[in-house]
Structure formats: C-alpha cells, structure tokens
Unconditional design. Structure first.
Length: 405
C-alpha cells in the first residue's frame, strides 16, 4: 500500500478502509477486529482529547495499556466534527471509505449534518455502524448506555450471582465486547450484500443491550410458554447436573459441566461411583437436575480428597470436559496458550515490549496480524490528510491553528 493507504498489511480485509469515530470499547473494538485482519482503520479523534479509553489505566510511561490493546492496527487523526470545516473534511474522507463506525448519542451526527443519509449522498456504498446503549429509536434512545447498564437492561445481570446477594457484573466488559463482535459481523454482512447485490451500503443500528439480550438463550421462551422467571443460582446452572465451581484440596477451583447421559456415566466411572451412573433414577438430565445438590456434593467430596493433578488426570482418562479456573498468571504459564499463540508480544515505541491477546479467529489462508502499535493522538494527520486528501503543509497548519485538527 502507499502512504495514503497506510502501512503494508496482510489479511482478508486489506482492500477495506474503515473510519472509526467511536470512543471507549463497543464501536472502536468492532473497528479493531477489522484492523486485525488487514483493514486500513483510520481512528478519528477530538483534537487535544482523544478517545476516552486513552485516559484509563493502568499506565506504563503514561501510556494506557487498555488503549495499547484496542488501539492497535489503527492510524490516528484528529478532527473537530463540531466545526463546519471538520464536517467537510469528514465527508471528503467518507468519499473513499467503505465503513464508518460511530457511537455518539443518537441524533448527534444528524445535528452536524453527518447522518447516514447525508454521508450516503457522498458515498452510496458506505456501510455505517451506529452503536448506542439503547438503539437509534424507542423511548430510551437518548439515554446514555454503558456495559453494565446493558447487562442490567438485557436481563443478564438479574440472572448473574447468588440468590441471597445483589446481582453482579461479569469481570470484563462483556456487553461492549459482544456488541463489538456483533457489529463487525453486521458490517461484513452489509459489505457482502453491497458487493454482491447492487453496490449500495446501508445503516446498521446496534444497541448494547440487544447484543446481550440475544445471548439469553431460552429465557424468553421459558417465560412465554411456562411462566418461568430465571433467577440467580450462583455457579449452578439448569443445563449442568452435576456442575458448578468445585473447590480443590489446594485452594484452587475446577469447573465441571455435565449435561449428556453418556458423559454422566463416564464421570461416575471416573470418580469411582459407577453405581450412580447405572441408577435408573439418574438416567436423564431432568432426573439428575432434581438431585443436583446431592450429585454436586458427591463430586465435590471426590475432588476435595485428591491432589488437583490427580483429579485432572482421572477426568482426562474418561474424556470429561473440565478446566481449572485460571488467573492471568496461570495463562502466561499455560502450555496450551503458548502452543496456540494466544499471547503475542508487540513492540510499542514509547513503552517497549507489550504482551497482549493475539488474533482471533484463526484463518488458515488469510490470517490476521498485529502490524502496528496503538498510535499517539493525531500521529497520522500529515499522512492521511496529505497523502489521502492531498492537503499541503500550509493547509494543514491553517487547520491546526483553527483547532479543526
């Protein structure tokens, strides 16, 4: 690629140009996922401010590590979209883009004359992904939404935790990251339709809460047909009997989840209780769920009486799915993570080597790569505005003096 197109890249999306107007996680990470597979992602940030995630710790040499992970494979330019000159520059960039990602409050881009209809007049092939807390329509559309709010509104948090305690959030921003993944998927569908069905782009309206709501499996159907309201059950789940987070003798935790009838019989053989495996009163999962506490106690007693290595070996011999609960320290030492290349060390120009999550998913023919470190704010202004839009140094200086860039 030329300088106007960014550094040379590989991957299945190298012909794609993405304008990332988002902040924080859900919108920008959708763009990061595309960048991981070769797309030229141009991160557009407010002059002097930048993406909010830049200011969130922890920090190394005053560089945010979260930004270092999610800003990878992007070029950064600054642009004040509140100014008419900034709006004009964005439209010039849109003319040569495939995708625009934004997560402003609904109505913001319309007020600036940058709504999808206006941008599609510049580039009819543009695919625009709009991420918001509650969507572009509906009575809550103007309400701000974040990860934990989406977990609450989707019904997920009501089911998460122990029955005698308040609902709890998942330990990572799961609504943000789920929405980012669904957003990238939606963009790929829209691009496929554009490129095979007539050349026009479209607008994607994606809400944080809707991504999580889609993942609530049988919650709605069970309520509709059976009146069931799923409640918090801690580490016990209706689809696993036996199954929970079992404490080990050495103070760790091991996860088992058993649903299939054959798998249950194999587990009983592994723990030396074949009698339970042949018990006609435990032949089906429904029967076993009615005796969940009894079965979990049998398994817990067996695990607690043995070294964790012996537990793992016995379960492996009988083909039982399980995992120790791993900390990040465990992950850095784990041979499976090493064999899969899940941890990748990149070179950052200001903080040195940084190890982070590698590329997912794994494509055999066109794998992704971490081609460049997360950029500093406005690092590529000259490269993009000069190389892509043809602005000379004097024009750039004038824009900078007016705080447009």
């Amino acid at each position: 690629m030329s300088d106007a197109q960014g550094p040379a890249r590989s991957g299945p999306l190298t012909a794609l140009r993405v304008l990332d107007l988002g902040t924080m996680v859900a919108g920008p990470v959708a763009a990061t996922l595309m960048g991981d597979f070769g797309a030229d992602v141009i991160k557009i940030e407010q002059p002097g401010v930048g993406d909010t995630i830049r200011g969130l710790g922890p920090f190394v040499n005053e560089e945010g590590l979260w930004w270092t992970v999610e800003g990878r494979n992007k070029r950064s330019i600054t642009l004040d979209l509140r100014q008419e000159a900034g709006q004009d520059l964005l439209k010039r960039l849109v003319a040569d883009a495939d995708v625009l990602v934004e997560n402003f409050r609904p109505g913001t881009l319309e007020r600036w004359g940058l709504d999808y209809e206006a941008l599609a007049r510049v580039n009819p092939g543009l695919v625009m992904l709009s991420v918001s807390g509650f969507g572009q329509t509906g009575p809550n559309a103007q309400r701000a939404g974040y990860d934990r709010i989406a977990l609450a509104f989707s019904g997920v948090m009501d089911m998460t935790g122990f029955p005698d305690r308040p609902p709890v959030r998942v330990g990572v921003s799961v609504a943000d990251y789920s929405t980012a993944t669904m957003g990238a998927f939606a963009v790929m569908m829209a691009l496929y339709h554009r490129d095979t069905g007539g050349g026009r782009g479209q607008h994607i309206d994606l809400a944080l809460y809707e991504s999580m709501f889609r993942f609530t499996d049988s919650m709605c159907a069970a309520y509709d047909r059976l009146g069931m309201v799923r409640k918090r059950t801690g580490n016990v789940h209706q689809a696993a009997a036996p199954g929970k987070t079992f404490p080990t003798r050495d103070g760790r935790y091991i996860i088992l989840t058993i649903s299939g009838d054959t798998l249950f019989r194999r587990l009983m053989q592994a723990i030396g209780r074949p009698d339970l495996g042949e018990d006609p009163g435990l032949a089906t999962h429904e029967q076993r769920w009615r005796r969940i506490e009894e079965l979990n106690q049998v398994v817990e007693d067996w695990i607690a009486a043995r070294p964790v290595d012996a537990v793992g070996q016995a379960l492996d011999r009988h083909g039982i799915p399980f995992s120790l609960v791993l900390s990040v320290e465990d992950i850095f030492r784990d041979p499976h993570y090493a064999a899969r290349g899940n941890l990748v060390t990149t070179q950052h120009p200001r903080m040195g080597p940084v190890t982070m999550q590698g590329i997912v998913p794994r494509l055999s023919g066109t794998p992704g790569e971490i081609a460049c470190a997360a950029p500093s704010l406005g690092q590529h202004n000259a490269e993009v505005y000069g190389g892509l839009l043809g602005l000379d140094d004097a024009a750039l200086a004038a824009l900078q003096e007016r705080a447009v860039i």
